[in-house]
Design a protein around this ligand. Sequence first.
Ligand code: PLP
Length: 385
Amino acid sequence: MEKYKHIESAMIHGGIYGDKVTGAVNTPIYQTSTYEQKGLGENSGWEYSRTGNPTRAALEALIAELEGGTAGFAFGSGMAAITAVLSLFRSGDKVIISSNVYGGTFRVLDKVFSNFGLKYIIVDTSDLDNLESNITDDVRAILIESPANPLLTITDIAAVSVIAKKHGILSIVDNTFMTPYLQRPIELGADIVIHSATKYLGGHSDLVAGLVVVKDRSLADRIAFIQNATGGVLGPFDSFLLIRGIKTLGVRLDRHVENAEAAANFLQNHKAVKKVYYPGLQDAQGYEVNRRQAKNGGAMISFELYENYDIRKFFKSLRLIALAESLGGVESLVCHPASMTHASIPKEIRDKVGITEGLIRLSIGIENIDDLLADLDQAIAESEM
Ligand SMILES: *Cc1c(COP(=O)(O)O)cnc(C)c1O
């Protein structure tokens, strides 16, 4: 009989469990840069910690198992993970990215990879015909987020994977907002999954990390080469913290989502609220597609207040919910995408894709829901003009 069948157990027992030498139930922090070799060409399988480290390897095996891929790779940040994946391409190639993609993903393509001749095009990937009509001969990959930041736009991952396969190009999914507990893109046909593990996987706003999981062996060999050659690896201590975070991912997310569903309903029924963006609401864009491909709507909500509410005042009046970049930690956070997370996207593009000045994004934490709703309610009341 297999040891377990369900992802809740895999999050705790998956990858490389414990320490074979001592029986310790946690993989030790192998805080070492190098490994003594017995003789020339005789090593223990470990040579140098940029190439491989046992603590990082335990994390990499764990995320590969959770996402259902052949191999996982851990990086010093989500952006380092994205940079490694984009390093698969060469001058003259083009990557399609979803409108509403993470601001840093846009920035690294627009300001860094463009210097090396890698091209990109922003496409509304929730519209599949529109997506396919943008696939020219130079396109090598489609990079999507679903839900995409900050309007929580849903893209059909299975359909995008079919289109990519038909054109012989890669499908890449940034799964940061969902995690493998809620959505597994490789099972839906994607080739590569990326995470900013800084968010839900770490879960406690105490580390910055990135992960990549690939579906097949040839891609695994290429990413392993890039990881070692470019060197943006995650250190042993942060690898340990991330393994520790993932153990409680299931119970944390259950509570995050329960709170988010309640907050979305509360906002939708509030007289001050003009529009709520939450994939778990029945009238949300992509509700049916999301229901098919994900367990639920996740725990990120965006909303707009009517014009007679002062959003600066709203942000200032919140007492429990902190104004901060980032998301996915146990504490609730709020941000203003237009001036914070998406400020690196030019205003014309922001306006075009719907990231308005009045948009507010919430990362719903695991506090008591009554405290969260009371804080939102009083801050909205304070902001009325
Ligand atoms: C935060 C984030 C990133 C970047 O990750 P870092 O860990 O901050 O480098 C990439 N994609 C998404 C969707 C994110 O939320």
